[in-house]
Design a protein around this ligand. Structure first.
Ligand code: ARG
Length: 457
């Protein structure tokens, strides 16, 4: 029998019951649902809205349900409409009439809004600590490679010399912004909606601030319609996670390239790669490929949420029940990805010699040759043209700027002297880029230290 049975003369059709039910996916919020109810019951008792002895009985009953769910002694009823109905029905079954008073001055509409906020708040904290771990791993790897010269790319063409440490620390900056976005999302999420009730608030003298305090919210929602119909916090979180996944996906794409025979800049630990069922030589970067693939899935979750909300009239509509599977999937997916990516990065073997070899080809010191002439007084445009011609000659002769004889340099421009070879030495090119944010080892060390400081490490 449904809790709403009074108004109805028939039992619900089984097909509608199944279609309508959300317990299969909202049961995971049981902890939050019960803690929210305990806070509500506490306040109702304190304000004498219900008898304090009944409040105490409700709290005791809810605590026993929580324990039994956690221990597995009690299992969810798959035919229940949702987690809220399930807990309330179980409470009344356990403590009798007092249980029926729990829902005083509350609706499932504000209850579910509360539960999701509580649930996602914890998830933001979990994701944030994973990001911090990843940042720590990036810093450790980067520190070992502040002198490891590699080609930096634009258009996936070798462009200018950098170090592997510098490259990794670029991802650290992205992840710091991700952390910041998550904290920002958390701040706006941390507002307590109970008291909005179905949509129009209540005539009971609730102490909303007290409930907020018991549940560690910063403040209470200020419009009852908005309190029950706002899902911005889900969309913001899905958006922050989408951006985070985009960063992980870019890193994955690079890892896949770096693992290839064409690059061979890194080698994955055997425990973090897979083989082929037919080609005995293969070692595949499946983890990175899956992260890249799952990024699309998380974008899909964000689109689900945005589309679900775009034309809903105020206030609550059942469409909003669809929020949970989408946001839970986004959260589960990013946590799964981070959990695997961190040890994979931690155990990867970096191959500095291959990076150095790749850096030696591709004229990535051409800008430095031009800058050399600028230091000798030539305008940059002229210097650029001369160096371009030198590169063309090198290509024709199948040689490099390092190996080109001085005479050939001087034929094009008499300003070239023997010290040009030092100016285009790759290690020098890197260590000379001492601008703030640049790849010079000292600057990269500073980046690492700044990230560690931001993490409190
Ligand atoms: N299971 C519902 C949801 O997830 C709870 C709120 C139901 N409210 C209602 N008026 N039917 O959205």
């Amino acid at each position: 029998m449904k809790l709403w049975a009074g108004r109805f003369s028939k039992e619900i059709d089984d097909r509608v019951n199944d279609f309508n039910s959300s317990i299969s996916f909202d049961a995971r919020m049981f902890h939050q649902d019960i803690l929210g109810s305990i806070a509500h019951a506490t306040m109702l008792g304190e304000e004498n809205i219900i008898d304090p002895s009944e409040s105490a009985a409700i709290i005791k009953g809810l605590q026993s349900i929580l324990e039994d769910l956690e221990s597995g002694k009690l299992s969810f009823d798959p035919t229940a409409e949702d987690i809220h109905m399930f807990v309330e029905a179980e409470l009344t079954a356990r403590i009798g009439d007092a249980g029926k008073r729990l829902h005083t001055a509350r609706s499932r509409n504000d209850q579910v809004a509360l539960d999701i906020r509580l649930y996602l708040r914890d998830e933001i904290d979990a994701i944030s600590s994973q990001i911090k771990m990843l940042l720590g791993t990036l810093c450790d790897q980067a520190q070992q490679h502040i002198h490891t010269v590699m080609p930096g790319y634009t258009h996936l063409q070798r462009a200018q010399p950098i170090t592997f440490g510098h490259h990794l620390m670029a991802y650290a900056q992205m992840l710091l912004r991700d952390l910041d976005r998550l904290q920002d999302t958390r701040r706006r999420m941390n507002v307590m909606p109970l008291g909005s009730c179905a949509l129009a608030g209540t005539t009971y003298p609730l102490n909303r601030q007290r409930v907020a305090q018991l549940l560690e919210f910063d403040s209470v929602t200020l419009n009852s319609l908005d309190g029950v119909s706002d899902r911005d916090f889900c969309i913001e979180l899905a958006s922050a996670i989408s951006i985070l996944m985009m960063h992980l996906s870019r890193l994955s794409e690079e890892m896949i390239l770096w693992c290839s025979w064409e690059f061979k800049f890194i080698e994955l630990d055997d425990a973090f790669a897979t083989g082929s069922s037919i080609m005995p030589q293969k070692k595949n970067p499946d983890v990175s490929e899956l992260v890249r693939g799952k990024t699309g899935r998380v974008y899909g979750d964000l689109m689900t949420l945005l589309s679900m909300m775009k034309n809903l009239p105020l206030a609550y509509n059942k469409d909003m029940q669809e929020d949970k599977e989408a946001i839970f999937d986004a959260v589960d997916t990013v946590k799964l990805c981070l959990k695997t990516v961190i040890p994979m990065l931690d155990t990867m073997k970096v191959l500095p010699q291959n990076m150095r070899k790749a850096a030696a080809k591709g004229f990535i010191n051409a800008t430095d040759a031009a800058d050399y002439l600028v230091r000798k007084g030539l305008p940059f445009r002229d210097a650029y043209k001369i160096t371009g011609t030198l590169v063309a000659q090198c290509i024709a002769q199948d040689t490099t700027l390092e190996e080109l004889p001085l005479l050939q340099y001087q034929q094009l421009c008499p300003l070239f002297e023997a010290d040009v070879y030092e100016a285009i030495n790759l290690e020098k090119c890197v260590s000379g880029r001492t601008v703030i944010g640049g790849p010079a080892p000292q600057r990269v060390l500073e980046q690492i230290e700044a990230v560690r400081r931001a993490l409190g490490q």
